[in-house]
Design a protein. Sequence first.
Length: 127
Amino acid sequence: MTSPGRSRVARIVGALLFAAAVPYHGTAQSPAEQTNVGLTTVKVMENERVIVFRQTFAVGARQAYHPPNFDIVVTQLNPADAEWRIGEERTSGRQEPGKVWYIKKGTMHSAANLGKQPFDLMIVVLK
């Protein structure tokens, strides 16, 4: 028997693996629909438990400092020089693929691309 926390982690990992394996033929938002310049967000999948997004940060992109409406799990998909601000903690530097952040509902956060290449994140919203 698994504990509730272990079961939740298994669902998150399963959603990430599923999202990475399934091709998505959607379209990115137009610049007029984007909240932050240089960010492209595409919904990969949604079900009754999660919504999964792939977010691309163009060179120089900076996300507004904002709170999520749900708990989220963010995974770095490719290497990047980035700045993260979660709550009052600010970090910057090289982020390697597989780095994971858990951000609780209502926690202010933002990210920025400080590098010379775009980078991608997988964002899992826990409903």
